[in-house]
Design a binder for this molecule. Sequence first.
Ligand code: FE2
Length: 428
Amino acid sequence: MRRVKSLWNGLTIFAFLAGLLAALVASVAFPSQMAAAADLPSHITLTWAGDPRTTQTIAWKTDALTQDGQVQYWAVLPGKTEERQTLPAQVERVDSNWGTLTIHTVTLTGLDPGSSYAYRVGREGAWSEPYQFTTAPDRPQRLKFMIFGDSQSINYNTWRTTLQQAYQANQDAAFFINMGDLVDVGQDYGQWDAWFNASQGVLENIPCMPLVGNHETYGPGGKLAMPALFTAQFKLPLNGPAGLKGQVYSFDYGDIHFVMLDTQIGEEGRFVPDMLEQQKRWLEQDLAAAQQKWKLVFLHRAPYNNKAAGNEAIKAAFAPIIEQYHADLVFTAHDHVYAHTPPLFGGTPADSPSQGTIYVATGRSGSKTYADSIAREWNDFFYNPQDEPNYLTVEEESNSLTVKAFKQSGSLIDTWRITKGQLAEVSN
Ligand SMILES: [Fe+2]
């Protein structure tokens, strides 16, 4: 017995030494491949920090603390091979409960509107696959984008299925919006790793323009913090109020002005005590200056809620400004149901969408459901997606906005349209 054991120990030591020698030989013979494994880019993500017509922001992560990330990009023109441009990335170290992350970011500028570009990220010896994006046209004839309510999950396979099936069914969508509560514990990097892994195949191809939910502020053990992992990983316009840059912002795509606000006063108010006042001032200026035909506002917590707990401070702060400057639609989340109101002005139904704002609860794209989210007196449509997750598409074309709500599997829950300049503007 003892001889067998000592023979086994001898074999184990031999195998270990042989493995070590092989690794040493490989690292001398193929140094770039050894470096590549740790340097390979992952979580490649498109956003717009600038003008969607002429810029494209690209961010990615490496496991190694690499200093020299790059983007190579080139115009995609039929029958022509364009010269590759190479740009260095900004490199950030981000602390997390999984150790230090390395986030690389590049914003390409001076792009041609309505044009397709190919790109890859990484560095010599560690490039990603090539992907493609398309800039916004100067004057889009039509626009479609997708909206996903809370994707927070125990297991991000549910989110993966919702996003991937929605993208398959809407290949013409220019970008997507995630309404906040992307993940369940926003300070736990493991959740983000799962979210980004589940989103690959979409994030490299069309931009994601997300907003912050309350769960982005939660740490392991319930500790609250500013949504540092959200702002580190999504490079968004920095045109918001001082204490909330990168998480409160606006941008334009064609005829639509998009405004993303932060409703997390219970969580972030201890860090930015005047966050509602800052946003009210900023929102008023932002909406007053917007020249686009349509104005859409996105809030995680709903002024017109479906769960029992209302959000009266949010409603009191934002609804009067939203309605005074006539945002056409307000999209909300947090209650995990799909619902909408008629056009409202000051809490009262208006005769037409030109005289009020329609509030749309966007549902849930992850695994969490709420049986106690119910229809309220202000809803003229309500659906609790407990059977399967859901998502929305919004299409702008010919003076109209069409909203469609789909189940994850693709069947239609609801569709309606508003048209500018008509008295009876809501039609199902
Ligand atoms: Fe929430």
